[in-house]
Design a protein around this ligand. Structure first.
Ligand code: COA
Ligand code: ZN
Length: 318
């Protein structure tokens, strides 16, 4: 297929996924899953978050996980960080990338981070200064396409915030649809404008499939020129401080779709599916992912004998 740019698949199940699970996933299971994911060709894994263990008890073992994983060369190991304290913890573990996060809407920023957006921006500035080139700096903007408390979020407001991120030295920006409110037209327009204004920034699209628009939004972002996509194995995920939140776009379903369309991701789909098959045992429940159940589109079934006989009979009569 002509005109097929290389795409970068960034796995968030062990952070976005496990943070909202009803049960704490034991450290050894997290480490084993990250090690399996590291061998699938994913370009980035968001390993954990260095948040308050009171806010996110499921990721209270962040240091242990970072220290115990086998880091595969070529894979970027990123972590989510809400404040300077989290940044210090992350740097002490030698992370490759620090992903700071805030919301485009004031109310979700307060619910999630107990801060005003201005305070989050001030934290971001201190963090960039503190990191001083020791890790790649990415800023994630939650509720960038809509807020569960406030509704619509104006595209101009999102672009103003990106401007601030770029001015303070962020190298990457993730546009996050926290509760699946984005639609493909909105995604294409906002992503195209962001890429037009800041072509040197690595933009990531981060979608949740809460309203079934996840993969459609991936395609819309792709059409706009986005090349980095977050996704979560099995379709796990969600923000515990966003009512109605549910899973991210499912990694194996997204990779399957992109491969079927002829895109290169560097990901080994069979290995990813093997990892996805281990998830129900790890989390103790069924997972939303579809391809792991249906098999890839190349799967074929034996024709029932009656249909075969009927077909053969037709051929005989020709
Ligand atoms: N790592 C570990 N502990 C931290 C911390 C960090 N990065 N930041 C704060 N804490 C601790 C403080 O030491 C304090 O502990 P104590 O009660 O034992 O003294 C406690 O957390 C509260 O600290 P405070 O500064 O008052 O924070 P807060 O209660 O206003 O909460 C955040 C602010 C940002 C720390 C908290 O809201 C948070 O971690 N949110 C994460 C949200 C998230 O990850 N959402 C999902 C991703 S979308
Ligand atoms: Zn998310």
């Amino acid at each position: 297929m002509s005109n097929t740019p290389r795409l970068y698949i960034q796995e968030v199940s062990v952070r976005d996924g496990f943070q909202i699970e009803p049960q704490f996933v034991p450290t050894e299971h997290k480490v084993a899953l990250i090690n399996a994911l590291s061998r699938t060709g994913l370009s980035k894994i968001e390993v954990t978050s260095f948040t308050s263990p009171k806010a996110i008890p499921n990721l209270a073992d962040a240091e242990a996980v970072m220290q115990q994983i086998d880091r595969v060369p070529g894979v970027t190991y990123a972590v989510l960080v809400p404040n300077v304290r989290g940044c210090e913890r992350a740097l002490s573990c030698g992370v490759d990338e620090i992903n700071v996060f805030m919301s485009a809407s004031r109310s979700h920023n307060m619910a999630n981070l107990r801060m005003l957006p201005e305070q989050s921006l001030a934290q971001f500035e201190s963090i960039v200064e503190h990191v001083d080139g020791r890790a790649f700096m990415n800023a994630s903007l939650s509720t960038a396409f809509g807020c569960p408390f406030e509704g619509e979020v104006a595209a101009e407001h999102v672009l103003d915030l990106i401007e601030k991120f770029v001015a303070m030295g962020m190298q990457g920006v993730s546009l996050c649809d926290t509760t699946g409110m984005a639609n493909p037209r909105q995604v294409e327009e906002l992503c195209a404008e962001a890429l037009r204004r800041w072509p040197h920034i690595a933009f990531t699209a981060h979608f949740h499939n809460t309203r079934g628009m996840g993969l459609a939004n991936v395609l819309a972002a792709l059409r706009a020129g986005v090349r980095h996509f977050d996704a979560s194995l099995g379709g796990l995920g969600g923000c515990p401080f966003a009512p109605g939140a549910s899973g991210n776009v499912c990694t194996e379903d997204m990779v399957h779709m992109l491969h079927a369309m002829g895109y290169e991701t560097g990901v080994d789909l069979p290995l990813l599916l093997q990892a996805a098959q281990t998830l129900p045992d790890i989390v103790g429940h069924d997972i939303p992912g579809q391809v792991v159940k249906a098999g890839p589109w190349t799967r074929r079934y034996p024709l029932p004998d009656s249909a075969r006989a009927a077909l053969e009979a037709t051929q005989d009569s020709v």
